[in-house]
Design a protein around this ligand. Structure first.
Ligand code: ADP
Ligand code: MG
Length: 366
């Protein structure tokens, strides 16, 4: 077992139509690994943060390095989506083949680019499809008579503290019970469909099915923003035949597209929308409390400290990814616009705390 810090990537999105129409001012700047944020009310007030990876909004169509990508190939749209994979997705995938669990969280205000980065829209495929495509290419490369690969995919959402299976055909949208594993102690959703996938096309089909089943509702910021946390899990099992025995190596890759991190300030919302917001706040505020406890634990401020994983469904389900046995990346997404100053500053401060968390990783092999 070894300790490893959670890595943090920060990505700024371009202005959207509304911001362009209103001639919004940009208050975020990126220089190397440093991000600067200006207070729109006081230009003297400038804060800075450093992260493992940063992405400027206008990197979108980067020249592909040489002509390694074919025209109709998934990788032909070489843009900043691809860059996320090249920077850290590839390493995570390599780790998964070595038997480590891996996780990626997307955290940020609604409309800041979480789903764009994780899932993508249209040809701008996000990290999950790109990683899965590469996963199957790698399996093709590694295939020999000694190794057998098994891949499954599951997709769920945590909505109003309940877990829904996004791939269940028998009971679409049925709520699943969260149970605790008797030996490992980890929580899992009972009867979640884990679908075998044999190639990238299978993944694409299941992802679009799951996306259709997500709970979406209108908000001011983003019409189709998901009001739930979406978790896509890939299990990679490898059975390796050696001269003497058989090794089973198992890894789990978790991709977590969190609901918007903005605080509830809109007095106009009521009923279902308010109930949703309260529950989203509860799971995200527990998530933030878990982060605070883990920062204390990792910095040695407190040797033994209580981490409140059990206080929300989301944090129960992602316990391993945050402070547990997983190589983890958090992707914090930002809006460049002055009107979002407070949310953007909150996201940066949160990301700054997450980068202090240590996970304890080990290879899963029997
Ligand atoms: P979130 O999931 O954080 O609520 P989305 O990922 O749905 O937000 O992004 C909101 C909108 O902004 C989408 O229309 C998306 O296409 C666009 N967008 C987000 N990030 C980027 C980016 N890095 N480059 C280009 N467009 C982006
Ligand atoms: Mg989204």
């Amino acid at each position: 077992m070894c300790e490893e810090l959670i890595q943090v990537a920060v990505r700024l999105r371009p202005f959207n139509q509304r911001e362009n129409d209103r001639h919004a001012k940009s208050i975020v700047d990126v220089d190397g690994k440093t991000i600067f944020i200006m207070d729109p009310l006081s230009s003297q007030e400038r804060k800075q943060f450093s992260f493992d990876y940063t992405y400027w909004s206008h990197d979108d169509f980067i020249q592909a390095p040489s002509a390694i990508f074919q025209a109709d190939d998934i990788s032909s749209s070489y843009n900043s989506q691809r860059k996320l994979f090249d920077d850290f997705g590839r390493d995570l995938l390599k780790s998964a083949f070595s038997g480590f669990n891996c996780s990626v969280f997307a955290y940020g205000q609604t409309g800041s680019g979480k789903s764009y980065s994780m899932i993508g829209y249209g040809v701008n495929r996000g990290l999950i499809p790109i990683t899965c495509n590469e996963l199957f290419e790698e399996i093709e490369n590694k295939k020999d008579s000694h190794t057998h690969f098994q891949v499954t995919l599951s997709m769920m959402e945590v909505y109003n503290e309940q877990v829904r299976d996004l791939l269940s055909r028998k009971m679409p949208k049925a709520c699943l019970t969260v149970r605790q594993h008797p030996t490992s102690g980890y929580f899992y959703p009972q009867d979640l469909c884990t679908m075998p996938v044999d190639n990238y096309k299978d993944v694409e089909r299941l992802l679009s099915e799951g996306i259709q089943n997500r709970t979406i509702a209108s908000t001011n910021m983003n019409r189709t923003s998901s009001r739930a946390h979406t978790i896509v899990t890939i299990h990679l099992d490898q059975i390796i035949q050696t001269n003497y025995d058989e090794i089973k190596r198992m890894s789990t890759m978790n991709f977590i597209d969190l609901a918007g991190s903005e605080t509830l300030t809109n007095p106009g919302i009521s009923g279902d929308r308010l109930n949703e917001r309260t529950n989203i706040n509860r799971s995200l505020s527990t998530f933030e409390n878990v982060v605070s406890a883990l920062v204390d634990r990792s910095s040695g401020v407190k040797q033994k400290c209580f981490v409140p994983y059990r206080e929300s469904t989301l944090t129960k389900l992602i316990q391993n990814s945050l402070g547990g046995n997983s190589k983890t990346i958090m992707l914090a997404t930002l809006s460049p616009a002055d009107v979002n100053y407070h949310e953007t500053l909150n996201t940066l401060s949160f990301a700054d705390r997450v980068k202090r968390i240590k996970n304890f990783i080990s290879i899963n092999e029997i």
